[in-house]
Design a binder for this molecule. Structure first.
Ligand SMILES: *Cc1c(COP(=O)(O)O)cnc(C)c1O
Length: 396
């Protein structure tokens, strides 16, 4: 079974490029050029240098002794929370801005929901001196003020999407419209392993540095490069794709993907896509998505903005379909509890998204000598207001 993308842009039954005809030139240019560009030695050299000196890689692989003791197994934390800007998202935006430069593009657009991808994009645009427009739903602009101010401080223009529900999907529509109108000079930076081919593969490759480092670091620490488990949360699925990437064909490594159950998978307020979703098309690719009988997208719900997405990257739809990945869903309450627990057990305050990956420790019985790697996708500073304001509700 092949778990990476095939030459047609599919992962098993999922993926492809389902786009309006007016986007063909832009997407075709990327399809034809992305691999040869990112495999060039000069590209790799510049990418790796920036990951090292600017992002702060390699990020540590930390043996969490008190957490291991609590769950009676051996747990390592991959510290993506220590990346510049506080999460893994910058690995991808660094890769894509360098690609944009090689393609001769002059201007960057992006869309953002919670603002984390917008901040990572605005950051690399400032670094490289690029004009940057970030589309964001009007409602999200109100909900995510600190990230909006960060983007502006970094020199990006935040353009409100005023149509529809005025959230992420409307911002995506605006970004696509912009790209259609500016096909020659503009690159569209997508923030997860979603969108038309080649985005899912391109983003997975840029994030694959995570599992590349885990292999080297585990070998160094334990004498073996393969753990028994790799655990990661899944919104669109980029941090999980990066943490799984070099283990996809290592069948002795269990790949655990954790989705947001919200208030419960059957509550009507959930983002557990593999549990609730059916095949359909969203953001230009065929994948699993939460939809009504007649194919309308169902609004997702999660306490964490980064997991609040009605679809899932096609690579994960395939990992689910093929059984290569094991999928769990974690409620808002369970994630909140796990965030408090990790903070007090290891002195690491995780992002709410990441807390879903930690909470799954409660649902799996490990052996004492199992090696378990959890990808700590981001830090919790951005979620502090939620941790404060919902403490009473979630602490019995
Ligand atoms: C955005 C985000 C996620 C979810 O995105 P993926 O593409 O699924 O990785 C997870 N964790 C953090 C900290 C994020 O900012």
């Amino acid at each position: 079974m092949q778990y990476t993308v095939n030459e047609k842009g599919y992962y098993g039954n999922f993926g492809g490029a389902y786009i309006p005809e007016m986007l063909y030139p832009n997407v075709e240019e990327l399809q034809q050029k992305y691999l040869s560009i990112i495999q060039e030695p000069s590209f790799q050299e510049e990418f790796n240098q920036l990951l090292e000196d600017y992002v702060g890689r390699p990020t540590p692989l930390f043996h969490a002794k008190r957490l291991s003791e609590k769950y009676q197994t051996t747990i390592y934390l991959k510290r993506e929370d220590l990346c510049h800007t506080g999460a893994h998202k910058i690995n991808n935006t660094i890769g894509q801005i360098l690609l944009a430069k090689k393609l001769g593009k002059k201007r960057i657009i992006a869309e953002t929901g919670a603002g984390q991808h917008g901040v990572a994009t605005a950051t690399v645009c400032a670094l490289m001196g690029y004009d940057c427009v970030v589309y964001m739903g009007e409602i999200d602009i109100e909900r995510q003020k600190p990230n909006v101010e960060r983007m502006r401080m970094l020199g990006a223009e935040v353009r409100p999407a005023l149509s529809g529900s005025r959230t992420l999907k409307d911002a995506t529509n605006e970004a696509i419209r912009d790209w259609i109108n500016n096909p020659v000079d503009t690159h569209y930076i997508i923030g997860s392993v979603v969108g038309p081919h080649p985005y899912p593969d391109m983003v997975a490759r840029f994030q694959s540095v995570i599992s590349q480092e885990i292999q080297e670091q585990l070998l160094d620490k334990t004498g073996k490069s393969n753990p028994n488990y790799v655990i990661a949360c899944v919104g669109g699925g980029s941090n999980a794709a990066g943490a799984f990437y070099h283990y996809l064909d290592q069948l002795d490594v269990k790949l655990i993907a954790v989705e947001a159950a919200g208030k419960g998978v059957n509550s009507g307020f959930s983002a557990a896509t593999t549990y609730l979703g059916k095949p359909g098309i969203i953001h230009g690719s065929k994948t699993l998505l939460m939809q009504t009988e007649d194919g309308q997208i169902v609004e997702p719900h999660s306490i964490s903005a980064g997991l609040d997405y009605p679809g899932i990257g096609p690579i994960h739809a395939h990992l689910f379909d093929s059984g290569r990945g094991e999928f769990f869903s974690i409620t808002d309450q369970e994630a909140f509890t796990a965030a408090m627990m990790l903070s007090r057990t290891e002195g690491i305050i995780p992002a709410l998204e990441t807390a879903h990956a930690i909470a799954v420790l409660e649902n799996i019985s490990f052996k004492k000598d199992d090696v378990v790697v959890i990808n700590i996708s981001g830090r919790g500073d951005k979620d502090l207001m939620t941790y404060i304001s919902r403490k009473d509700e979630f602490t019995q």
